[in-house]
Design a protein around this ligand. Sequence first.
Ligand SMILES: NC(=O)c1ccc[n+]([C@@H]2O[C@H](COP(=O)([O-])OP(=O)(O)OC[C@H]3O[C@@H](n4cnc5c(N)ncnc54)[C@H](OP(=O)(O)O)[C@@H]3O)[C@@H](O)[C@H]2O)c1
Length: 300
Amino acid sequence: MAQRLAVVGVGAVGGFFAARAAAGGTDVRLCVRRPFDELVVRSPDGVYRAELPVLTDPEQAEPVDWVLLATKTQQTPTAMPWLRRLVGPRTVVVVAQNGVRHAERVADAVSADRVVPAVVYVNAEPVAPGVVEHRNYGFMQVPAGVLADRLAVVLPGGGLVRSVDDFAVAAWTKLTANTAANSLTALTGRRLEVLRRDDIGRLAVAMMRETVAVAHAAGAAVPDDLPESTIDRLRDQPGDAGTSMLYDRLAGRPLEHEALIGAVVRIGAQYAVPTPVSAHILPMLAAISDAAISDAAAGP
Ligand SMILES: NC(=O)c1ccc[n+]([C@@H]2O[C@H](COP(=O)([O-])OP(=O)(O)OC[C@H]3O[C@@H](n4cnc5c(N)ncnc54)[C@H](OP(=O)(O)O)[C@@H]3O)[C@@H](O)[C@H]2O)c1
């Protein structure tokens, strides 16, 4: 019998993996706030279309084998009613979100041994409810083990699930790039080309050095030269490529700063690792994000 997968949050990441899972024969249902008739993912290798059950109220949900949580991190509390309905005694929850310490975010609904933390790499953007523009690559890194092997059956084909022996290194490596790239594109309102400036490049490296110091203190053995290799890689990206935090800022949505640079500052404080540059950047992102929340509350 096909494995039952509920995708909570059908934006860029949720939409991409839901479409691939359905194409591979998994029994997928979509848990959303804004309904649509058809999931459409426009990818470089073709258009994936699927008419899948769309649920808009947690009361409609029943326990499944797998949950893929793909909301933004700051939206996780609002997704808890879904998780409480979808999680049964054997359900495994894949937390496909940026940042570190994924299991803590869903601890109210599921024990850590049934959480698969996932670091996602995909270049995709939601353009309308149920419609995703997928531009390039798409896979998730998860801790190697039995759950990873089982997840590869739920998300079959094309190396969508990649097992890593040291997940902490994978998560902190991505967070290192995210702290700089997301924050500085969102703050400047510019795409990744902004990192090619000498001054912004130096700022990015300073932020990433702080993240690496915190990663080391937290026990993740990321390479010492990760900031330098990461800035080189980011500068090589197409100049018009954006980041999800930039897209959120441009759309006037709240930002994911707390799970990214906020995590660096918080975890740094736990280990007495100084993070002065990150600590100065964080309130600026918080202020932008709070304004978006106030605007949304004020309505049109
Ligand atoms: N986009 C990328 O290319 C990318 C790449 C790698 C990693 N990531 C990470 O992956 C995670 C997901 O990002 P994303 O870009 O996919 O976000 P996204 O496009 O904003 O999608 C999030 C979706 O969750 C929905 N949602 C929020 N709260 C909900 C709730 N209570 N119930 C049901 N649906 C809810 C949102 O619905 P509404 O539209 O109604 O708000 C939205 O459709 C983030 O941690 C992000 O940093 C993203």
